[in-house]
Design a protein around this ligand. Structure first.
Ligand code: CA
Length: 387
């Protein structure tokens, strides 16, 4: 079997209301779906992290840079393909967009392997350690509105009402504003819901430390990306100074990037983004590296239903750390803000929100070979943009 084609599908639409995080506000929703086609008709789906112009740039890397390197290769030779592409692009970027583009291709190769074997991805990864996964609701994105505190409180109550037992909110407006937001959310959900805050590297360590001390009093479970991903010393200092978990890793790439993060004890919770760091092939190395240092891994999930399905398999196949009769379960990050590409992209939707509502925040494993998904072709065609 040979790789016959590699295609990128960039889908976009405009949101009714802008959404933001500490770095920017945006109105365009994007999904970048990568498709690898074989000469005997089996094809696989992957997703590459990055929206807007980043997705269009990554599409060019997928189709014009990676595609010619791997046409004609055996799609089952995932390691060989990964290393060929990485080695040839190493001089042009060991992080960032080349790795995001490679991620989409690599994930599609794993989907193909599962389809050939007739087995779900988690079986290829060694089997499921659990038959259900707890999900946490991500929402409360920043908006330029005068009543943001009230909006956050109302949205937090809504996410709790959807059945989630844990949730994550954006911060990064400045320490005083952030504290008001977190206090309002904690007040709205009570003390029994797990709460995480995400600063998207808005702060220096000197700014983040006193803020973290306030968050500890509010029972925040983790403080995500408090400082810039390059600031490893800042991460380390926060881990040592605070009792709360410091989380990060979504902006890191490859085993070599994560090696430095993990060996430096820079995070208490590692959040690898498989659609960005190098795909499933590289994720497995990163996960095992973290576990070798007894650092728990809670995958970063952002994107379309393809990415959500992928992560359900990865979380099913996550070994318990350190192991025991009552292990802490790795959570599925689930974005609850409006996104047609999460809820409407698949021929058969994943039904995560229905399951969360019915099962107290838990979701079952996906069925079907590979990722176990197929796009709704008409829906995908409607939102595909040229580029
Ligand atoms: Ca984040």
């Amino acid at each position: 079997m040979k790789i016959a084609d590699v295609k990128s599908h960039v889908l976009m639409y405009r949101l009714d209301e802008e959404l933001g995080y500490s770095q920017q506000y945006y109105t365009m929703r994007t999904a970048h779906i990568v498709e690898v086609v074989t000469d005997d008709g089996v094809s696989g789906l992957g997703e590459a992290f990055g929206g807007g112009g980043v997705a269009l740039g990554n599409k060019a890397i997928v189709e014009q840079t990676i595609r010619p390197l791997i046409l004609g290769m055996d799609p089952l030779d995932r390691e060989v393909i990964w290393h060929k592409v990485y080695n040839l692009l190493r001089d042009h970027g060991q992080k960032g967009m080349p790795l995001q583009a490679l991620s989409g291709v690599d994930i599609a190769l794993w989907d193909i392997a599962g389809k050939i074997l007739g087995q779900p991805l988690y079986k290829l990864l060694g089997g499921a350690f659990r038959d259900r996964i707890p999900a946490y609701g991500y929402g409360m994105m920043l908006q330029r509105v005068p009543d943001l505190v009230q909006r956050f409180a109302a949205e937090a109550a809504k996410i709790k009402g959807m059945g989630f037992g844990a949730m994550k909110m954006k911060i990064g407006l400045g320490p005083e504003e952030d504290l008001k937001l977190v206090e309002a959310v904690r007040g709205a959900i009570g003390d029994d819901v797990k709460l995480m805050v995400d600063a998207n590297h808005a702060y220096t360590a000197r700014e983040a430390l006193p803020l973290g001390r306030q968050f500890e009093k509010l029972g925040v479970y983790w403080f995500e990306e408090p400082v810039a991903p390059e600031d490893r010393q800042g991460y380390r200092d926060l881990c040592q100074a605070l009792d709360m978990n410091i989380a990060g890793g979504e902006a890191e790439f490859s085993r070599w990037g994560f090696r430095d993060l993990v060996e430096g004890r820079c995070v208490d919770v590692l959040q690898p983004e498989t659609c960005g760091l190098g795909g499933v092939t590289e994720y497995l190395k990163v996960r095992d590296l973290a576990h070798a240092h007894f650092i728990p891994v809670v995958n970063h999930v952002w994107g379309s239903a393809v990415c959500v399905a992928l992560n359900m398999h990865l979380l099913a196949a996550m070994p318990d750390l350190p192991g025991g009769a009552h292990p802490v379960q790795p959570m599925l990050e689930y974005d609850t803000t409006p996104n047609l590409f999460r809820e409407n992209l698949l021929a058969e939707p994943l039904g995560v929100l229905d399951q969360v509502a019915a099962n107290g925040g838990w979701v079952a494993l996906p069925k079907g070979p590979g990722l176990g998904i197929a796009l709704d072709p008409e829906f995908a065609a409607r939102y595909r943009v040229a580029g």
